[in-house]
Structure formats: structure tokens, C-alpha cells
Design a protein around this ligand. Structure first.
Ligand code: SAM
Ligand code: DTB
Ligand code: SF4
Length: 344
């Protein structure tokens, strides 16, 4: 008889998810860590590097974003980067240990003139042996298909918050628009990277509903970024109330429990987290980070600080890019090992 706690479900009720948030912290963390160990090496963290290939003057009005043209955040807008420069940055990221290179553009959606260059970037990065990820705003089914043919592994497009809270944050694109893009990405056989932001004035219930939305998708997003809001001067959220670190860790733990085999990324906001808070996040099941001193436009921890943190915690970068068969075998072995020690 298996004692495995890993159950891949797509029918979570609101109450079940809220009940997880209500668990005593130690019980919640123990449960999350057990599930984590059944599916991953608990001492490995996937390492991605981000690059903004087109910065600023975005027509969308996302209330958190330094790149929205609706707010004056003092950001220098830039033209799209040249393909060769992007490939150089990718090469350097690979040398520093990244296994995935994520390229972001501040667009509502890619236009006809720029899109062919993005396809070249994806091909070039893929040819270096890196996993590829892009985030370009909304996509048509045809654009998703072309990205897939160019070798794109992941598309990042976040739901950001619950359906109810969403309209207080973004007015230029609907929740359904986002879900449509995500389904074009799925249909084109590209892996989905989809998560949200904590700290935009949402209630615990909103956090639960965002995670429920992600977990009840037909296929769980393979990558789930959980961002802590970076409060940007000039945006409507510049004075948003800080998130209690314990509540943030709870959110990570619930994400791990609801989506047992997805990579949960401790995403933006690490610069404002202590080593202890990050360690708790890793214990709660976070197993991916952005590495490198810059996110898209905002600061990320110094690489030296991250190397020291990995050293202190005995964490290793996850080495091989995800390979479905190898992952399945690994999970099977890890489940066999973990069940003996993980029964509450
Ligand atoms: N324009 C594209 C889009 O929105 O899909 C891609 C870039 S956008 C910057 C990617 C994600 O970064 C957003 O969905 C949001 O979750 C996150 N993000 C943006 N600004 C942030 C901030 N100030 N703090 C935390 N996360 C942020
Ligand atoms: C995601 O969820 N977080 C990353 C990535 N996807 C593209 C972006 C964080 C952006 C933080 C603000 C900035 O650097 O401009
Ligand atoms: Fe534009 Fe993306 Fe920022 Fe929204 S989050 S304003 S779409 S760059």
C-alpha cells in the first residue's frame, strides 16, 4: 500500500483550498514538504535568467508594473534589442549556470514587424542548449504555433490574482483574455508558466482563488511563479501594504500541495526577503528562482549573495533541462524514498 500524499487533482473546491490556508503553520509546511519530496530532490532549485528584450512604454495599465505607459515611473523606454545582443546575454547566463533563459517584452501583443526577430531569438537560445521562455503579452493561436515551431519551451503569462480582485488591478485586458492566450499556448504544445503576485491589497481568499484557478486547469502550469510585489514609485500600488512573510510562505506551501509536480518559482521580490524567509519558501516547496542582478527592470539579489545562500542551505542548481521521461523516472524513485519517512 502506498502512503503517497501526491494526488494530482483538478477539482479543488474553494473551501478545501481555504482550509489549507487555515492549517497550523507547522502542519501546512510538513504536508507541503512531504509532497515536495515525493516529486523533487528537495535540495535542488531550478535556475532561470531573465532579460527584458523590449523595455517600457507598454500600452497596458497593470497597476503594479514599472513598464506601463499609464504611469510615470522614471523608466527609460528602449527599442527592441538586437538578436545578437540577446544571444550574447544568453551565452553569459548559461556560463553562470542558468538552464532556462526567459525573454520579456512590454507589449500588449507581439506585432508583425518585431515577431520574426523574437522567433530568431528563441531559435538561437534553444541552439545553445538552454531552455527557452518568453513573455510577450497576448498571443493568437498562429503566433503560439510559430513560437512552438521555433523551439519555445515555456510561455509566461500570469493570471496575477483572483478573478474578483483582477479588475481592481488591470482594466485593459480581461481575465478571460489571459485564459484564452494560455489555451493557445497549450494547444501549441508549449509548456505554461503562470502564476501571480502577492501584496496587491488582496485578501487571503483571493490568494486561495488564484491558486485554485491554476490548480483546476486541465493541465497544471508546469511552472508557477509566485511574485512578491516590488512596490514601484509612480504606480498606484507604490504604497500597498507589505505582505506578512509567514503569509507569503503559506501561499507557497499551498501552491506546492495543489500542484505537486509543477516547479513553483520564488520569483520577483527576493531582494526584500531575508535568507530565513527564502529558506522557509524553499522548505515550503519553492524550487525555482531567477538568478542574475536584474529581473526585467527591477533589482534581484546579487549573484554572489545567491551563491552564498545556496552554499549555506546546501542547495544545488537543478542541472538538466526538464526532460519528461527522466522527470517521470526521478519522481518514481523519489516517491519510493519519501513515503517511508513522510507520514504524519
Ligand atoms: N508584458 C508581458 C505580460 O504582461 O504578459 C510580460 C512582462 S510582465 C512584466 C510579466 C509579469 O511580471 C507580470 O504578469 C507580473 O506578474 C510580474 N510583475 C510585473 N511587475 C511586477 C512588480 N512590480 N512586482 C512583482 N511582479 C511584477
Ligand atoms: C514573472 O512572473 N515574474 C517575472 C517574469 N514572470 C517575467 C517578472 C518580474 C518583473 C518584476 C518587475 C521588473 O523587473 O520590471
Ligand atoms: Fe505591460 Fe506586461 Fe507590464 Fe502589464 S505587466 S504593463 S502588459 S509589461
Amino acid at each position: 500500500m502506498s502512503n503517497s500524499q501526491t494526488v494530482i487533482r483538478h477539482d479543488w473546491t474553494s473551501k478545501e483550498v481555504m482550509d489549507l490556508f487555515q492549517l497550523p503553520f507547522m502542519d501546512l509546511l510538513f504536508k507541503a514538504q512531504c509532497i515536495h519530496r515525493e516529486n523533487f530532490d528537495p535540495n535542488e532549485v531550478q535556475v532561470s535568467t531573465l532579460l527584458s528584450i523590449k523595455t517600457g512604454s507598454c500600452p497596458e495599465d497593470c497597476a503594479y508594473c514599472p513598464q506601463s505607459a499609464h504611469y510615470n515611473t522614471g523608466l527609460e523606454k528602449e527599442k527592441m534589442m538586437e538578436v545578437e545582443r540577446v544571444l550574447n546575454d544568453a551565452r553569459q547566463a548559461k556560463e553562470k549556470g542558468a538552464t532556462r533563459f526567459c525573454m520579456g517584452a512590454a507589449w500588449k501583443n507581439p506585432n508583425k514587424r518585431d515577431f520574426p526577430y523574437v522567433l530568431e531569438m528563441v531559435k538561437g537560445v534553444k541552439d545553445m542548449g538552454l531552455e527557452t521562455c518568453v513573455t510577450l503579452g497576448s498571443l493568437s493561436p498562429e503566433q503560439a504555433q510559430e513560437l512552438s515551431e521555433a523551439g519555445l519551451d515555456y510561455y509566461n503569462h500570469n493570471l496575477d490574482t483572483s478573478r474578483d480582485h483582477y479588475e481592481k488591478i488591470i482594466t485593459t485586458r480581461t481575465y478571460q483574455d489571459r485564459l484564452d492566450t494560455l489555451s493557445h499556448v497549450r494547444d501549441a504544445n508549449i509548456k505554461v508558466c503562470c502564476g501571480g503576485i502577492m501584496g496587491m491589497g488582496e485578501a487571503e481568499h483571493d490568494r486561495a482563488m488564484l491558486l485554485r484557478e491554476l490548480a483546476n486547469m486541465d493541465v497544471h502550469p508546469e511552472s508557477v511563479p509566485i511574485n512578491l510585489l516590488i512596490r514601484i514609485k509612480g504606480t498606484p500600488l507604490e504604497n500597498a501594504e507589505a505582505v506578512d512573510p509567514i503569509d507569503f510562505v503559506r501561499t507557497i506551501a499551498v501552491a506546492r500541495i495543489l500542484m505537486p509536480v509543477s516547479h513553483v518559482r520564488l520569483s520577483a521580490g527576493r531582494e526584500n526577503m531575508s535568507d530565513e524567509m527564502q529558506a522557509l519558501c524553499f522548505f515550503a516547496g519553492a524550487n525555482s528562482i531567477f538568478y542574475g542582478e536584474k529581473l526585467l527592470t527591477a533589482a534581484n539579489p546579487e549573484t554572489e549573495a545567491d551563491s552564498q545562500l545556496f552554499e549555506k542551505l546546501g542547495l544545488k542548481p537543478e542541472e538538466t533541462p526538464c526532460n519528461a521521461k527522466a522527470e517521470d523516472d526521478k519522481r518514481q524513485n523519489l516517491s519510493d524514498d519519501a513515503t517511508a519517512t513522510c507520514v504524519a
